[in-house]
Design a protein around this ligand. Structure first.
Ligand SMILES: [Zn+2]
Length: 189
């Protein structure tokens, strides 16, 4: 089935969800369809969001992402109501046609960013990402990974992941922690 036909079918379903959930009383502000058009390029992480771990602006082509977003909305579910709604609305929002798509770069709202940001490295591996390094004021597509400071103590391991631009600037830095939990085997006797 054509992706746009599938997406059009989802619109009705999502609007149905919106209608029925209006009567619910909730402290969390209900997620609303973005009021701005999705541009052909979307910033997923970077200083424009106040990111503490991404120092470059990572940009994805919406055209390349749309099929992924549609499949993702069918295959992944979140217990966060707003994140889940954003996940379902994302491909619909991306499919809206507009002549202005090329004239700006889209910024995501919080729930849509929760959906996409964890996959930035996957998108990079697929070749869908370019990034703007704010230190060399250049656009790049390739980055170098530098994992270091590997430490292990008992059940706890940690290490630091860095991504470096071709001019040597750190564009992403994050400490990763891993806790090993040994499952106790229960005696059945
Ligand atoms: Zn740089």
């Amino acid at each position: 089935m054509n992706i746009f036909i599938q997406i059009a079918k989802s619109v009705g379903r999502i609007l149905g969800i919106r209608k029925s959930s209006k009567s619910r009383v909730s402290v969390e502000k209900e997620y609303e369809f973005p009021s701005h058009i999705c541009a052909s390029k979307i910033i997923i992480t970077g200083p424009s969001y106040g990111d503490k771990t991404y120092f470059a602006s990572f940009i994805v082509d919406a055209d390349k992402l749309i099929s992924w977003a549609f499949d993702h909305s069918k295959g992944v579910w979140s217990s966060s109501k707003n994140e889940q709604k954003a996940r379902e609305i994302l491909p619909v929002w991306m499919a809206i046609k507009s002549e202005d798509k090329e004239s700006y770069i889209s910024i995501l709202d919080g729930p849509m960013r929760q959906v996409l940001a964890p996959y930035i490295y996957d998108f990079y591996l697929k070749g869908w990402v370019s990034y703007y390094c704010h230190l060399c004021h250049s656009q790049h597509q390739k980055l170098t990974e530098n994992d270091h400071d590997h430490q292990s103590q008992g059940a706890h391991s940690s290490w630091i992941v860095e991504w470096i631009c071709p001019n040597g600037h750190i564009i992403h830095r994050k400490q990763h922690d891993l806790m090993w939990i040994k499952k106790r085997v229960r005696s059945t006797g």
